[in-house]
Design a binder for this molecule. Structure first.
Ligand SMILES: Cc1cc2nc3c(=O)[nH]c(=O)nc-3n(C[C@H](O)[C@H](O)[C@H](O)COP(=O)(O)OP(=O)(O)OC[C@H]3O[C@@H](n4cnc5c(N)ncnc54)[C@H](O)[C@@H]3O)c2cc1C
Length: 472
């Protein structure tokens, strides 16, 4: 990992900051600096466990107002001090690690939830609010955020937006870019921008898109207007077992062609199906889990059409139980924390995207690519689109030491990502780039990366905004 020079905050600059941002909390206690400089990535967790943090900020600033953020950014730009925004630290690719030191801007106190506009189905919130707390706060309105990543209890709204995340019900409700209405953003130089595109605008490019997926590099998101969805009147689960991946994919693809929009579509390979769904133990097969949300007549009709395609593809209908079990356990990520928490243990999820026709071969190639490095490989389709789907590959291994585990970890990332590139897949679906995918950004984006660099230079000429990330 190239970190460049580590920036400290000179006393004079610190005094100036104190005088400028009245009301923001400034923290320099070593334990707090260290905690705020780590994230949920495997590399960061292993570094913490071995007392060798990847990086440590010189200062944590906790603002509560847009004006304070603006003042911090102006101050940082004038002193050339790096600023890394932080949501709730659940990122898995190291995007929030302050690799050049400087300031971590902790946005957790931006946790306001405004009045729900029930007629227009919107709510404006602080970027630091936790997804689960926001959803709880608005539940009496009959509306919901429609964005339920596995990190629903761990992630902030702003973090999901800057990482361009996906929730497990995305096949109906869309990804975070579909739930984001407008943004208030503080640019690296301190200017405040309010985008205005709800319900739609034809006034040039949609500027909010510049910040969705920007991983804290183009500005600090302070407030967000979200597009809410009705809490479903009915939710119906069903599931089926198929002999092959191709059959399961085709049943789903044909249902989408017919206009069916399941809320959840998951297709588990035989290894993951038997590991996570006890009914599958000992019975090889691909498990399709479906959920339909909406008015009872609508979900019944969608289920009927889909089961028709399941039958045509030779699937055995298993009923709601696997789906109900999945819903109950969907926030359980002990498969990862248990392995990573053990000395020498490692587990990772690498998600990529491919077209319908590419998916079966891609699955086989990734399995082969991972095999020399990790003892376990399993995968599922996690999000579907008209043109294809996301493949979520899980790798796990046990080694003699954390050092050996990280060597294998690096090797499996390289192998899986390079095989994905060779197969024509998109190398990231929802976890983002951060540090882990950065080496492959030139190949993944081509001249698009130069355009990103141009944008970065123009927005942040001092180069202070979360530097050293995403291959920039
Ligand atoms: C167990 C587990 C399961 C997960 N499941 C999913 C999943 O299903 N779907 C999914 O999409 N992701 C998932 N993730 C990844 C993670 O939750 C997301 O990346 C999340 O979006 C990060 O939000 P955060 O608030 O924790 O941000 P952080 O980790 O604090 O920051 C992430 C990045 O966003 C930037 N950032 C944060 N807030 C702001 C802001 N206000 N303005 C500008 N930049 C900001 C940071 O600089 C950093 O680059 C999972 C993670 C874990 C640990």
């Amino acid at each position: 990992m190239t970190t460049g020079a580590i920036a400290t905050v000179p006393q004079e600059a610190l005094d100036e900051l104190r005088a400028t941002v009245d009301g923001a909390i400034l923290v320099s206690a070593p334990a707090e600096l260290r905690a705020m400089s780590a994230d949920a990535s495997v590399r960061s967790k292993k570094a913490e466990a071995n007392d060798t943090p990847l990086a440590t900020a010189a200062l944590v600033v906790r603002p509560t107002t847009t004006d304070q953020v603006s003042r911090v950014m102006r101050w940082a730009t004038s002193h050339g001090i790096p600023v890394t925004p932080r949501g709730l630290g659940s990122g898995t690719v190291g995007a929030g690690i302050p690799v050049r030191g400087g300031v971590v801007l902790d946005m957790a106190r931006f946790d306001s939830v405004g009045e729900v506009d029930v007629t227009n189905r919107t709510v404006t919130v602080g970027a630091g609010v936790r997804l689960s707390e926001l959803d709880e706060a608005i539940k009496d309105s009959g509306l919901t955020i429609g964005h339920y990543p596995q990190s629903y209890y761990l992630a902030s709204v702003g973090g999901c937006i800057t990482m361009r995340g996906s929730g497990t019900f995305s096949s109906l409700y869309g990804n975070i870019e579909d739930r984001t209405g407008d943004l208030e953003v503080v640019l690296p130089g301190g200017e405040v921008v309010q985008t205005r595109s709800l319900p739609r605008a034809s006034l040039g490019p949609d500027l909010k898109q510049l910040f969705i997926g920007s991983e804290g590099m183009f500005g600090v998101i302070t407030h967000v207007t979200l597009k809410l969805v009705p809490r479903p009147e009915a939710r119906l689960f069903n599931s089926a077992r198929f002999g092959t991946f191709e059959q399961a994919l085709e049943a789903v693809r044909r249902s989408l062609v017919d206009g069916v929009r399941p809320a959840v579509v998951r297709i588990y390979d035989p290894v993951e199906a038997s590991a996570k769904h006890t009914k599958f133990a000992g019975t090889p097969g691909w498990l399709l889990i479906l959920a339909f949300d909406g008015a009872p007549d609508l979900v019944a009709a969608q289920e009927k059409i889909t089961l028709g395609h399941v039958g045509e593809q030779g699937g055995d209908v298993l009923g709601p139980e696997p789906g109900v079990n999945w819903e109950q356990r969907r926030f359980d990520y002990s498969w990862s924390t248990d392995a990573v928490g053990r000395t020498g243990g490692v587990a990772e999820a690498i998600e990529v995207t491919a077209t319908w026709s590419e998916l079966p071969a891609l699955y086989e190639r990734l399995k082969e690519a991972a095999a020399p490095h990790m003892s376990e490989f399993m995968a599922h389709v996690s999000h579907v689109y008209d043109q294809g789907a996301a493949l979520y590959a899980i790798v796990r291994g046990e080694f003699g030491s954390d050092e050996e585990a990280l060597t294998a970890y690096d090797a499996v990332w390289k192998s899986v990502i390079e095989e994905s590139l060779r197969s024509g897949a998109i190398i990231g679906h929802h976890h983002g780039v951060g540090l882990e995918r950065a080496p492959w950004m030139p190949e993944a984006l081509g001249s698009g990366l130069d355009l990103m660099r141009t944008l970065q230079k123009s927005l942040d000429p001092a180069g202070i905004m979360n530097p050293g990330k995403a291959g920039l």
